[in-house]
Write a protein that binds this ligand. Structure first.
Ligand code: F3S
Length: 294
């Protein structure tokens, strides 16, 4: 069996930065809480918790002196409440999300109605809506465009981790109903690169393992993109979840991982695949997907 890693895999810039900022605060002797899990990856959360970086859900539950705002960002009133409580705030909002928050503020200042293409329950989306000064809308599919009020002038953004093709399809439907809509494609480059890389990978293997948290939005999008090209796509959180029977007869197995999946989990999956293959008498070369040009 040949194991092929996607060209772009694992932690994105924003998640890596958030973890580094939290770990730096810990090294400075601070008692660190994060508002919500720092990454959508249960195994990495266990590691961070053991290191002393504890996630809490609500401001009232903070028991440390320092609060890290995760890469998803949060609503402005949460920052205000943390400052009112004299807590040190480490803002690890991903700069791509900060840009969306700024656009939300500008759109509504200019009389547009914020429309986000994404998932209404996602913390990033809820945070961005907090920067809009008028009521805003979240839609997920082209058919949702019909639910928007007729009188609005939409200012449209994407949740940074949505499937870019889906975003473009929603925008096409939106423009048919609101030709004057202002649109900014805020799908982040890390999301785009991972989706492009997995599309290329899926086309040349018999099966793909997507490693990531089941609640991770970007991991679920990667899985969807991959399934379109390679029906034998399996979302796993850990190496233990690999079922060797799923890979029977596969000579090339691809691996990708969500933007919130740490390198150590990816390494464990590679080692388990090698062990499975060795039991079957294989040699298991590991390749990195060659970078594409042009
Ligand atoms: Fe930022 Fe994109 Fe990662 S928005 S947190 S770099 S998935």
């Amino acid at each position: 069996m040949e194991i092929i890693l996607a060209e772009v895999i694992g932690f994105c810039f924003g998640v890596r930065r958030a973890i580094e900022l939290a770990e730096a605060s810990l090294r400075d002797g601070r008692r660190v809480n994060t508002l919500g899990p720092l990454v959508h990856n249960p195994q990495e959360i266990v590691r961070l918790d053991a290191a002393g970086i504890h996630a809490v859900e609500r401001v009232e539950d903070v028991h440390g002196d320092t609060v890290v705002i995760r890469a998803h960002g949060t609503r402005p009133e949460v920052f205000a409440e943390l400052r009112r409580r004299h807590l040190t705030v480490v803002d690890a909002t991903c700069p791509f999300v900060t840009k969306s928050q700024r656009l939300a503020r500008e759109f509504t200042r200019d009389g547009l109605t914020l429309v986000i293409v994404g998932h209404p329950d996602h913390p990033e989306v809820q945070g961005i809506r907090g920067y809009a000064s008028h009521p805003s809308y979240v839609i997920s599919l082209p058919e949702d465009v019909a639910t928007l009020p007729a009188e609005i002038k939409p200012g449209v953004l994407a949740q940074t981790t949505v499937n870019e093709q889906l975003f473009l399809d929603v925008v096409t439907a939106l423009r048919a109903r609101f030709p004057e809509a202002t649109v900014r494609n805020t799908v982040c480059s890390a999301t785009r690169e991972r989706q492009d890389a997995v599309r290329q990978l899926a086309a040349r293997v018999d099966a793909v393992l997507v490693i990531g948290g089941r609640h991770s939005s970007n991991t679920n999008r990667l899985t969807e993109v991959c399934q379109h090209v390679c029906p034998k796509t399996f979302l796993i959180e850990t190496a233990d979840e690999i079922d060797p029977r799923d890979l029977l007869g596969c000579t090339r197995v691809g691996i990708t991982a969500g933007a919130s999946t740490p390198a150590w989990l990816i390494e464990q999956v590679v080692r388990r695949l090698q062990a499975i293959d060795a039991q079957n008498g294989g040699a298991t070369p590991v390749q990195e997907e060659a970078p594409s040009h042009g």
